[in-house]
Write a protein that binds this ligand. Structure first.
Ligand SMILES: [Zn+2]
Length: 83
């Protein structure tokens, strides 16, 4: 009876081990994707009030603040109105 029970316990431990280790790989993959969301931050253009991704915007530092614009045209308009 003894060795038979040991075999069942060993089999259960192996099954639990496989169940615990499998989802771990999937989780790591998802964590790697979340880091990219930082690049998609949207900023508001103060001239035409559209939202543009910060990485694609025209930026202007003025009076200690940073402004973001959808185009160089809007950036120039803002400069003309706020000398
Ligand atoms: Zn604009």
């Amino acid at each position: 009876m003894g060795p038979f029970r040991l075999a069942i316990i060993a089999g259960l431990i192996y099954l639990i081990y496989r169940l615990l280790t499998r989802p771990e790989k999937g989780r790591n993959h998802v964590a790697g994707r979340q880091g990219q969301n930082m690049d998609d931050l949207l900023v508001e253009d103060p001239v035409c009030h559209t939202y543009v991704p910060q990485k694609d915007s025209e930026c202007l530092k003025s009076h200690g603040k940073t402004y973001y614009f959808c185009s160089q045209e809007c950036r120039q308009k803002f400069k003309d109105n706020n000398p």
